[in-house]
Design a protein around this ligand. Structure first.
Ligand SMILES: CC(C)(COP(=O)(O)OP(=O)(O)OC[C@H]1O[C@@H](n2cnc3c(N)ncnc32)[C@H](O)[C@@H]1OP(=O)(O)O)[C@@H](O)C(=O)NCCC(=O)NCCS
Length: 247
């Protein structure tokens, strides 16, 4: 239960599993015994918003967290949750693996300039952010994918736009992780107040483009010389955007 008097820190997302905010009393957590997707902020305060009993949304320029358990196409359970400093090593390993497996991402593994500590700091900064998040997919204790949103720029003219990125360990492609992570990030982007989500994708990356189109992204331009691959030379980039309605 949230302490009404001192609005204490909600450090452990596990405390909120199976709980929802009663729409009629925005300061009350009601136990229901059911697990819901959760977008939450660490501090409880008066601007808690709850649209329906399937989601917990606590808003108002506060820290944003995410927690959801999904069942994959092969029947396995997968937890989607925001990363923290404790995930530095696992997230770095995932970054290295995914960047070895495909030529569709921005960098090569030998270009990595950050270490485990840097990754831990990065994840904690995201966990403490009001408008950015990095969500990890955890299957049986292994981080198999990451996805996140970053603000394009904090100026008045750009702070309505966020950028989306995603990568999944090849061993786990085709199981529904990508779709679930994309939907989770869209949900968070709306809650953070963005009105536009953007991404660049290599024009040959058919599975990613299919995923983005299904999520509602539309192409708004192309950069024919966007990437210069060591393997294939020029890679054309599709520029895609998704308009987000207010929630
Ligand atoms: C692209 C990527 C994110 C898809 O993730 P995934 O977990 O395999 O996707 P899902 O299983 O959730 O499938 C979601 C949708 O993606 C598309 N998709 C996935 N695999 C596909 C394939 N082999 N062929 C065509 N479309 C495919 C489909 O539209 C699918 O929807 P459906 O399940 O209704 O058919 C994943 O392949 C990946 O990380 N690739 C390497 C990194 C990368 O390219 N990142 C994007 C950079 S812009």
């Amino acid at each position: 239960m949230i302490d009404k008097n001192n609005r204490r820190l909600l450090n452990d997302v596990e405390h909120l599993r199976g709980a929802y905010i009663n729409p009629t009393d925005d300061e009350e957590i009601c136990q229901t015994g059911k697990i819901f997707p959760i977008v939450l902020v660490r501090y409880c305060h008066k601007s808690i918003v709850s649209n329906n009993k399937d989601n917990i949304f606590l808003q108002g320029g506060m820290i944003m967290h995410y927690y959801q358990t999904i069942i994959l196409k092969d029947g396995r359970s997968c937890t989607l949750r925001n990363g923290t400093s404790q995930d530095g090593r696992a997230a770095l390993n995932n970054f290295i693996i995914t960047h070895m497996q495909t030529d569709f991402l921005l960098s090569y593994p030998d270009e990595i300039t950050f270490n485990e500590k840097d990754e831990a700091d990065y994840l904690q900064k995201k966990a403490d952010s009001t408008n950015e998040i990095e969500i990890l997919a955890d299957i049986d204790g292994k981080i198999v994918a990451t996805a996140g949103i970053s603000c394009v720029g904090d100026k008045v003219k750009t702070r309505h736009r966020c950028e989306f990125g995603i990568s999944i360990d090849k061993e786990y492609w085709g199981l529904g992780v990508g779709g679930a992570l994309t939907r989770a990030c869209i949900e968070c982007a709306k809650k953070a107040g963005y009105s536009q989500m953007e991404l660049d994708v290599v024009a040959d990356n058919e599975s990613a483009i299919s995923l983005y189109k299904k999520a509602g992204f539309v192409e708004y331009g192309r950069n024919p010389n966007g990437f210069l691959s060591r393997v294939t030379g020029r890679q054309e980039l599709l520029l895609m955007r998704l308009e987000l309605e207010e929630v």
